[in-house]
Design a binder for this molecule. Structure first.
Ligand code: GAL
Length: 352
C-alpha cells in the first residue's frame, strides 16, 4: 500500500477511536435516561450532623425519583476517618460508573488524588461540609462545593451568648461584670472550627460584653470527648466557668453530660451554647439545658446537593441553582432560642 493511503487509513482509524471514546459526541437526552448513579462518601458516619444530612439527602433522592421517574441509585460509603480509605472508595465509585461523586473530605487539605481520578474519568465531584481551599476547587471546572456560610455561625453564637449575659444577671455568677468562658473546639484545621471559635468570641466583645478566656479544648465534634475535656476543666476551674462556647451541639451536650456527672445543681450551670440544631441539640434548647444553638441548614444543604448532583448526572442546566462563582452553594444559618425552637423541631422532624 502506498504511504499516503496508509496515512489516510490510520487517520480514519484514529477518528473512529476518538468518536467512540467520546460516546459518538452525543449526550443522552434527559427523556431517554432511565437511571443515574450517585456516589457519596462521608468522613465519619457517626458524626451526628453529617449523618442527619445524609438521611435528608436519601429522602430528597426518593422524592426526586417519584417526581421524575428516573431511578436514582445511591452508593454511600463511610471513610471512617481515613483519607486513603476515602480515595479507594472514590476509585470504586468511578469503576462502578457513578455519574457524579459527593465527597465529605476526611482531610480537607488532601483532595488531590480524588480530583485527579475524577478528572481522568470526567466525573464531576461535589465536595460538601468540609471545605477545601479555593485553589483546589479551581483546579477543574467540574468541581463544586455545597456547605454553609461559615462566618455566620460564629457571629450568631456570639450574639446568643452576649444577649444571655445582658438579659440574665445570674449568668455572671461571680458578679464581676466579665463573662468567664471556655471553648470546646471541633477538629484542628477544620474551616468551621476556626471561624466559629474566632467569631463567637469577637462578636461577644463587639456586643459590649467583657470576656475572659479560662481555657479551651479540642474535642473533634464528639460528645464523649467533650465530656472528658469538660470534666477536666470543671476540675480545674469549677464554678468559675460562666459560659461554654461549643463549636457544635454534640460537644455542648458533652459539656452538659459532664455537669450532670459532677452532680452540679442546674441553677449553678454555666450558660451553654452550641451550633447545628441537630435533633438532640434542639431538644436540649427546648428543655433549657442549652441557652441556644445556631441552625446549620441540613435540609437546605441536602436538597441543594441532590439537585446539583441530579442536574450534573442528567446533563441538565445549572441555572437557577444559586451557584456562587459557578462553583459554590452556601446556605445561611439561623439563631435558635427557646422562643423559636419548636419551629425548628418541626422542620427537623418533617420527612421531606
Ligand atoms: C460542621 C458541623 C459539625 C460536624 C462537622 C463535620 O459543619 O457543625 O457538627 O458535623 O461539620 O465536618
Amino acid at each position: 500500500m502506498k504511504r499516503e493511503n496508509r496515512l489516510i487509513i490510520y487517520g480514519i482509524i484514529l477518528c473512529l477511536l476518538v468518536v467512540s471514546i467520546s460516546g459518538c459526541g452525543r449526550e443522552i437526552p434527559e427523556e431517554e435516561i432511565k437511571s443515574i448513579k450517585i456516589g457519596v462518601t462521608v468522613y465519619d458516619q457517626y458524626d451526628t450532623f453529617v449523618s442527619q444530612l445524609i438521611e435528608r439527602f436519601n429522602s430528597y433522592a426518593s422524592e426526586k425519583e417519584t417526581e421524575t421517574g428516573i431511578a436514582i441509585n445511591l452508593e454511600v460509603y463511610n471513610a471512617a476517618d481515613s483519607q486513603s480509605t476515602q480515595n479507594n472508595q472514590v476509585e470504586t465509585m468511578l469503576n462502578d460508573r457513578c455519574n457524579v461523586i459527593c465527597v465529605n473530605l476526611v482531610d480537607r487539605t488532601e483532595p488531590t488524588t480524588i480530583i485527579d481520578m475524577a478528572e481522568k474519568n470526567d466525573v464531576p465531584v461535589i465536595f460538601f461540609n468540609r471545605e477545601l481551599v479555593a485553589e483546589d476547587l479551581e483546579r477543574w471546572d467540574k468541581l463544586y462545593y455545597v456547605g454553609a456560610k461559615a462566618l455566620e455561625s460564629g457571629i450568631m453564637e456570639g450574639e446568643i451568648a452576649a444577649s444571655v449575659f445582658k438579659n440574665n444577671p445570674e449568668a455572671d455568677k461571680n458578679e464581676d461584670g466579665i463573662f468567664q468562658y471556655i471553648v470546646l473546639e471541633g477538629e484542628a484545621g477544620h474551616q468551621d472550627a476556626i471561624v466559629r471559635t474566632e467569631y463567637s468570641v469577637s462578636t461577644i466583645i463587639e456586643k459590649g460584653v467583657e470576656v475572659e478566656k479560662l481555657n479551651y479544648a479540642i474535642a473533634n465534634w464528639n460528645r464523649a470527648q467533650a465530656q472528658t475535656k469538660m470534666a477536666q476543666m470543671l476540675g480545674e476551674y469549677g464554678n468559675s466557668i460562666e459560659l461554654v462556647l461549643a463549636n457544635n451541639d454534640d460537644m455542648a451536650l458533652g459539656a452538659i453530660d459532664a455537669l450532670k456527672a459532677a452532680e452540679i445543681n442546674p441553677e449553678r450551670w454555666p450558660v451553654v451554647v452550641g451550633i447545628d440544631g441537630t435533633s438532640v441539640g434542639l431538644e436540649a434548647v427546648k428543655n433549657g439545658e442549652m441557652a441556644g444553638t445556631v441552625y446549620n441548614d441540613k435540609e437546605g444543604q441536602a436538597k441543594a446537593m441532590l439537585e446539583l448532583a441530579y442536574r450534573l448526572s442528567t446533563g441538565g442546566s445549572l441555572s437557577g441553582l444559586d451557584l456562587e462563582n459557578g462553583k459554590y452553594i452556601r446556605l445561611p444559618y439561623a439563631k435558635v432560642g427557646p422562643d423559636d425552637v419548636e419551629e425548628y423541631m418541626n422542620r427537623d422532624s418533617r420527612v421531606p
